[in-house]
Design a binder for this molecule. Structure first.
Ligand code: SAM
Length: 315
């Protein structure tokens, strides 16, 4: 990469293969990031293909523009949320596309950016960062709002559901007790106070604080809601034979994708006399089981360890 945007694309070869790319296609990358996947997509769809690259993070988009400089004639850069896919394609005068990629979650660049509050890891400055965690800094709700304004029960549910955090109750209690929380370090202190010492000692911070940070980040960015919203729109915007590839990093996200794909692919034949209504499949599942990173990929990029790639084809 030509700038200091740092992200290793996950399941790269597998994703490019799954999209069934060829010259001349129009593809949407709804989570452009630094353009790692996009670059390989562009190489396959040149010379006449087009990539619509969407990211809600202005910093990511700026980096992608630099990294994809050689492909700028074939790329449209859009600063928006992929939940607005309909409006984005309408405004470009595009009715249907041949493929859509969503590589969900945050980039390593976002995680490691001091001042953005996504993480306690990386640099010392991260500890003093404000509790922001917005991928799109134009959005009004920050992590600080959520941590200081949600009720204790609401926080507990959030940590339990999105964070799968076993000490959700005591951590929620400590967050409320230690208000107002202003910095990453203040959140870390609240988590520490709500977690039994024997669970923390000798373990890296990620092991006892990671779930809470991830849960708050997912809430700030409405990460499950946007996936629920975009799936039907995405399928509707595909040409017949077009593919939708989604990489998830969280079990709840994956469940939404898996169940929606299953529902699209379900075929119910009419059974005369049994009152069963017919249902035609609208997509074919390409990946019966999700594609997972190889042991080598996980070794060289531990952030890929929870990744799952699922692909459907519109019929
Ligand atoms: C995992 S990274 C993608 C990395 C990219 N595939 C690459 O190879 O560089 C996810 C990116 O998607 C963006 N993003 C996440 N959710 C989004 C959404 N709902 N709408 C638009 N962009 C989103 C994030 O800002 C981040 O830059």
């Amino acid at each position: 990469m030509s700038n200091n945007f740092y992200h290793i694309p996950v399941l790269l070869t597998e994703t490019i293969e799954a999209l069934n790319l060829k010259s001349g296609l129009t593809i949407v990358d709804g989570t452009l990031g630094g353009g790692g996947h996009a670059k390989l997509i562009l190489e396959k769809i040149l010379p006449n293909g087009r990539l619509i690259g969407i990211d809600q993070d202005a910093e990511a988009l700026k980096a992608a523009k630099e990294n994809l400089e050689d492909f700028k004639e074939n790329t449209v850069f859009v600063h928006d949320n992929f939940r607005n896919l309909n409006q984005i394609l309408d405004s470009l005068g595009i009715e249907k596309v041949n493929g859509i990629l969503l590589d969900l979650g945050v980039s390593m660049h976002q995680i490691m950016s001091s001042l953005r509050g996504f993480s306690f890891a990386g640099f010392e400055e991260n500890l003093n960062a404000p509790l922001d965690m917005r991928m799109n800094r134009d959005n009004p709700i920050t992590a600080e709002n959520i941590l200081n304004e949600y009720g204790e029960a609401e926080l507990e549910e959030l940590l339990r559901k999105l964070g799968e955090e076993r000490f959700a109750r005591s951590i929620a209690k400590m967050i409320v007790l230690k208000r107002p929380l202003k910095s990453v370090n203040a959140l870390l202190e609240a988590i520490k106070a709500g977690t039994p010492p024997k669970y923390r000692f000798g373990k890296p911070t990620a092991a006892w604080a990671g779930n809470v940070f991830r849960a708050v980040r997912m809430e700030v960015n409405e990460e499950l809601e946007v996936v629920r919203e975009v799936l039907d729109v995405a399928l509707n915007r595909l040409n017949t034979g077009g593919r939708l590839a989604i990489i998830t990093f969280h079990s709840l996200e994956d469940r939404i994708v898996k169940q929606t794909f299953k529902n699209w692919a379900e075929e119910i034949k009419p059974q005369p006399g049994f009152g069963v209504t017919q249902k035609k499949a609208i997509a074919k599942i390409v990946t019966r089981k999700p594609i997972l990173p190889t042991a080598d990929e996980v070794k060289s990029n531990p952030a890929s360890s929870s990744a799952k790639l699922r692909v459907v084809e519109k019929i």
